[in-house]
Design a protein around this ligand. Structure first.
Ligand SMILES: Cc1cc2nc3c(=O)[nH]c(=O)nc-3n(C[C@H](O)[C@H](O)[C@H](O)COP(=O)(O)OP(=O)(O)OC[C@H]3O[C@@H](n4cnc5c(N)ncnc54)[C@H](O)[C@@H]3O)c2cc1C
Ligand SMILES: Nc1c(O)cccc1C(=O)O
Length: 494
């Protein structure tokens, strides 16, 4: 099949009946459900871009092995040009959603591409696992499927290992082996966009301890596999609010779900790892899924930060406050943050690392730096937006108010911005900003930047420890060497 169209994606959703729970009810028609209708359309647009002559060659390539077209996120980079091709695809996808949808199909495509592109790692433990992964990669690429993933255990008691939780199967683990596969039970989170995807992939961030063997597993199943429940969080928009009043929230709600597996059968050919704490702890670093997906996240985060910065600038301009030094300083800081991320991305792409397998990866240090900085820079952009918009952010009338002829002339007068900015324009812009900096929708977007890549505190600590391990600190040694040891100096002074 190769690249799908938006319609093909939607038809695939229609052909399935996953068990989705939202607000105490089962969702039976996800495509036409108020909460999911528009997000489905936004994802469909991404699939359609692959067929748009303006974008096709920028975001897809002809696969040399199959002769079929595939998204560039399925390309395991082997040259600088491949990295560029991927970067371009990531950016096109991100710009289509202003970076507000983090788990668009390209994200997990990069994850599976890297797992399958490094079969040597799983081969060491069990050649069936790597064979299964390669087959799975070929399958999702051929059918251009959309995956969600859940790699974190539910919080429960974080001070205890999985096997120490009150119930052995609170966290997802293997119950038993059957002739046709594994029976798994328990929950995993935080599966973004799960209700509108085709497939679920399960693996984990490192952190397993001896005793956790049954939890040390990786597999993939269709989202409508019997026994799999998708437990959605409360929606942050109900799908009925006006696009004028909520220009972003009405379009880009990325639903998140806990995945609860109730004795689900995972066929053997979909098992990628099982019963191996060491392999589970090394999967993330050894197969490059700490690096290549971070490239996608970095590009998307850059687009989102730039968008938030532009909104803050337009907000300030619309009410004439960007003539003040304090406002200019805050906005300048945001623009410099955007430039910092852009520069880090370019360094990561140009100073790529070549693996013994021939794979090239954008450089780790700048990608890790983005990982560390975005969780601070994005909240800062939101704070600046709140400071600049001030009380005006709370005072916007609605589309219905503007449509009322009795009110209209009053609104046009009292809500106008600086000269040249009409009331409707200003209010529309302020509503867009409020979606980002006030609405629950915007708070989730902020929480996403803080945590999408794991715990930023522990990630930065790991980064420092790696830095220390690889660094000789030679310049400090050189500087110290210029002055003789203290004993000699004292002697000399005598
Ligand atoms: C909006 C959103 C979307 C997401 N989408 C996905 C997705 O699609 N798929 C997916 O798998 N994951 C997703 N993530 C989950 C993300 O991977 C986790 O949120 C992240 O790894 C942090 O884990 P946690 O939320 O369980 O926090 P916890 O690990 O429970 O941390 C809670 C707090 O305790 C501290 N803490 C916990 N343990 C320790 C420790 N050992 N040492 C020191 N401090 C500690 C942390 O610093 C933090 O402040 C998403 C997260 C968000 C917010
Ligand atoms: N956050 C990630 C994820 O959910 C899967 C794979 C990689 C990452 C990451 O940020 O490195």
């Amino acid at each position: 099949m190769g690249i799908r169209t938006g319609n093909e994606y939607i038809n695939a959703l229609k052909s399935r009946q996953p068990e989705i729970w939202l607000g105490g009810e089962k969702v039976t028609d996800v495509v036409n459900h108020d909460v999911f209708r528009q997000p489905v359309k936004e994802i469909a647009k991404l699939y359609d871009l692959q067929h748009d002559p303006e974008y096709q060659d920028r975001i897809t390539h002809i696969c040399s092995e199959t002769g079929e077209r595939a998204n560039n996120s399925f390309l395991l980079p082997r040259t600088a040009e491949d990295i560029k091709a991927r970067s371009e695809a990531f950016e096109v996808h991100a710009r289509a959603t202003f970076g507000l949808m983090g788990r668009t199909p390209d994200f997990l495509n990069t994850v599976v591409t890297n797992m399958a592109g490094n079969p040597w790692f799983l081969d060491k433990y069990n050649p069936d696992w790597s064979k299964n992964l390669i087959e799975y990669y070929n399958y999702i690429k051929k059918n251009d499927l959309f995956l969600t993933h859940a790699i974190i255990n539910p919080q429960n008691d974080r001070s205890k290992a999985s096997y120490e939780q009150e119930d052995l199967f609170t966290h997802l683990g293997v119950v038993e082996e059957k002739p046709d596969g594994l029976i798994v039970r328990g929950a995993k989170m935080l599966a973004t966009l799960a209700p509108i995807t085709d497939e679920v992939i399960i693996y984990s961030f490192p952190g397993f301890q001896p005793g956790d063997e049954r939890y040390a597993l990786a597999f993939a199943v269709p989202v409508d596999t019997p026994g799999l429940k998708l437990l959605c969080r409360e929606q942050m928009q109900d799908g009925t609010r006006s696009v004028f009043d909520h220009p972003l929230a009405s379009r880009f709600e990325e639903m998140d779900a806990v995945l609860a597996f109730e004795d689900v059968l995972v066929p053997w050919n979909r098992v990628f790892m099982y019963n191996n704490v060491e392999a589970a702890n090394l999967l993330y670093s050894k197969t490059g899924i700490n690096q290549q997906p971070a490239h996608q996240s970095g590009v998307r985060g850059y687009v989102k930060l730039e968008f938030a910065t532009e909104v803050a600038c337009k907000l300030a301009d619309s009410i004439g406050v960007d003539q003040y030094l304090n406002v200019q300083t805050d906005l300048g800081e945001l623009v410099q943050n955007v430039e910092t991320i852009r520069a880090l991305l370019r360094v990561a792409e140009q100073e790529y690392e070549t693996m013994p397998t021939g794979e090239v990866r954008p450089a780790a240090a700048p990608l890790e730096t983005i990982r560390g900085m975005l969780p601070k820079m994005y909240p800062r952009a939101i704070e600046v937006m709140q400071i600049i918009g001030a009380g005006g952010l709370l005072m916007s009338p609605t589309a219905a108010d503007f449509e009322n002829q009795e009110l209209r002339s009053h609104l046009d007068k009292y809500y106008a911005g600086r000269e040249g900015v009409s009331a409707e324009e200003r209010v529309h812009l302020f509503k867009l900003a409020w979606d980002l900096c006030g609405e629950a929708f915007g708070q989730r977007l902020l929480q996403y930047e803080r945590y999408y890549t794991g715990d930023p505190i522990r990630k930065r600590a790991i980064f420092y420890n790696q830095y220390k391990r690889n660094k000789q600190f030679t310049s400090v040694e050189q500087a110290l060497a210029a002055s003789p040891p203290l004993k000699k100096q004292v002697t000399k002074a005598k």
